[in-house]
Design a protein around this ligand. Sequence first.
Ligand code: FES
Length: 325
Amino acid sequence: MPGNALPAALRELGGLLRAPGPISPPAGLERDRDVFVFELRALFFSQWLALGAASAMAAPGARAAYETGPRSYLAVRDTGGELRVFRNRCPHAGHVLFEDGDSVASDQLVCKYHGWRFALDGRAALLPHLPESARATGIALEPLPIACRHGLLFVDPRSSEDRFGEAPRLQAPAWMEHAAAGAHGTAPTAANWKTLYWRVPALLARLLGVEEAGLQWQRLDTLGFLAHAGADAVLLRLSPRGSQDTAVRADWLHAPQAGPAADTAPPAPAAGPRSGADGHRAGRPSPDAAHAWLAQQTAAVLADAAPAPRAFFDWYWNALGAPTH
Ligand code: FES
């Protein structure tokens, strides 16, 4: 993209939006790399992002990696019980420290590439093959501002100098403060994030086994969504890695007093009963079946060939800041 010029597909979309009625978007809106790069700057790294349930990291030493498009974040509970979030990037050569979904506990953070070790507060603990003079330079993982809202962990991906505002306020049931972490699943897709975005309510309804019309859901940021029904909730995150490469991640949460998860994946009606005759519950997949079930439900909503509604394009254009050049 030359300089900061508006990509051609976005210029074309801006023209289409000046007239009322349905939009037939330019093909490049979902395919062009320059549109994706523009979105990265304008949408994905300019606001607080929902990562996951704080209850999944209750014990000292717990850690979890969360990928959001081309960036990744590392949440850690240190030995004093404090939650921290770092850029998931080794300060040595910039490699990702842990993969998305990696959540084992440990008393140090060890980079698998050259063995640099970090304490749970991010400070360097052991830096093999580094001259003593270089060790005095305060090498550490890059910390980021965090907030907890209704038991969900948020990170501000901007540097502390240019961040503004506060983490989003949620409309969530009281039990979310102490929610038990359930299964989590990740499903890769060959879809553009926008194709998934406006289908999110349908996907959330499937994941909770409720009718879409009665779904209680909210958008937490451009890529994060929360829905709840009864004693179950789902945090859904989109992770755009390229214009035609978006991963979907779902974390199921349950009220503390709710029963155990199903032993296998539940049957997957579009909006089936919350409890089937076999005892499976659509809102509570087992950990082993969560990935496959999420992939199945994501494929089902993507198979719906309905065009994106006009309201989506209005939202998208405003979220981009209604660019003019
Ligand atoms: S990139 Fe981590 S130790 Fe080298």
